[in-house]
Design a binder for this molecule. Structure first.
Ligand SMILES: [Zn+2]
Length: 407
């Protein structure tokens, strides 16, 4: 196996499923268990996150769609909060919450810990950032534009996580097709540079877009390529008239004074010229701060790296019980709670309580309602027994739940 044997430096599905994308100490552990006849030792392992990036109060769980495929067919049981759940790291009593649980012979899954965590950590990070930005943007459009900054092999994963986190549109063609969505975008600077170079006018680029592209695609003209946003926007409005849905500002950093002032001035200009139907769409370095600053003025945001390169949710997997002579022995490393637990949730308040597995379900400390078991069993004895809902269904639930929690 040589580096130059592959065009792209990605692992194949087969290599991931076989556990080749693993840390070598897991391979060593497997080797030792087998050599000592311990490959049938059954363990209970919990996946949890001790903290969240940047002091977030909650995160969105994502990646289970792939994790279930990774674990299916192995002699183990896998339970977790449902895909797209809003979760916290600790329960109402300050106990670390098991977000997911794997149970079975350790030899069945130890080499899969690395890919399993990788699938959950990155996707949850992206979904969480998308959800934060969508919560801040409210009913304004949030378009996912960030795959160009990431390895193309993982574009579908990033787009899926961004979409279930609440992004409204996906620009990546393959990703949108996989999601069952229509890919949406505007126009690049390159199109306008070519028309300006050949015809002397960027208007001809906007016109060409309007002439060639299917009328179902909204006309959003990029208006920052050669001149001031305000005058370029007016030119676009004059060129496309009623057909112009919005103008996009992707202003380079070196030209930005106050985007808020530029947008206010442009909206005024468009209004007095009779084009108050034209909205403004902002892209380029959009993050949580930008959304807060501009959300009252614009129709939407194209968000790139702040979502696609979101900080990961640092999940870890830890054994908390080992079966010895048919009996579970609670045992864990320092810093983790030993034993087998159940996680209960109040679906109204999204409050969670962790209790030892044999205790009865608690009542919600806030609304006194019955709490329900938070985990879904996705895999039992290697068989997939629960389906992950459609991305649209998960996204709908995420949007409903992020309204209930403050940022
Ligand atoms: Zn409650």
């Amino acid at each position: 196996m040589k580096l130059d044997d592959r065009k792209f430096l990605t692992a194949t599905e087969k290599e991931i499923l076989e556990g080749q994308v693993t840390d070598v100490y897991f391979q060593h552990t497997l080797q030792i268990l087998k050599a000592k006849g311990l490959e049938n030792v059954i363990v209970h392992a919990e996946i949890s996150a001790n903290s969240l990036p940047d002091g977030y109060r909650w995160a969105v769980l994502c990646g289970l769609r792939e994790v279930v495929n990774l674990l299916e067919g192995r002699k183990l049981t896998f339970r977790a909060y449902p895909e797209g759940s809003i979760f916290k790291t600790h329960d109402e009593n300050g106990h670390l919450i098991p977000i997911a649980v794997v149970e079975g012979p350790y030899s069945e899954f130890c080499i899969l810990e690395t890919p399993l965590l990788g699938l959950m950590c990155q996707a949850s990070g992206v979904a969480t950032k998308a959800a934060r930005i969508k919560k801040l943007a409210g009913d304004k459009i949030v378009a996912s534009f960030g795959i160009r900054r990431m390895h193309p092999a993982i574009a579908p994963m990033i787009s899926y996580a961004a979409f279930i986190g609440g992004c409204d549109f996906e620009s990546c063609v393959l990703s949108a097709n996989l999601l069952g969505e229509t890919p949406r975008g505007t126009m690049p600077h390159s199109l306008l540079i070519i028309f300006k170079a050949l015809t002397g006018k960027e208007e001809n680029g906007w016109k060409a877009f309007d002439e060639v592209i299917d009328p179902s695609v909204k006309r959003i003209c990029l208006c920052d390529t050669f001149e001031d946003e305000r005058f370029s926007a007016l030119k676009a409005a004059k060129t496309l008239g009623k057909k112009l849905f919005a103008v996009r500002f992707d202003t380079p950093k070196s030209r930005r004074g106050s985007m808020r002032e530029i947008i206010k001035e442009t909206l005024w200009e468009l209004k007095v010229a009779g084009y108050d139907h034209v909205g403004i769409f902002v892209s380029g370095g959009v993050n949580e701060e930008t959304v807060k600053e501009l959300r009252d003025l614009v129709i939407g945001f194209g968000v790139g790296t702040s979502i696609s390169n979101a900080p990961t949710i640092d999940f870890a997997m830890d054994i908390t019980a080992v079966k010895v002579n048919g009996k579970w022995i609670p045992i864990s490393k320092r810093g983790k709670l030993p034993g087998i637990k159940k996680v209960y949730r109040c679906n109204e308040c999204l409050a969670d309580i962790v209790v030892p597995a044999d205790e009865k379900p608690p009542k919600c400390p806030y609304c006194n309602m019955e709490m329900t078991e938070a985990h879904v069993t996705y895999i039992e004895n290697g068989k997939k027994i629960a389906e992950i809902p459609s991305p649209q269904e998960i996204r709908r639930k995420v949007l409903e739940n992020i309204r209930k929690v403050p940022l």
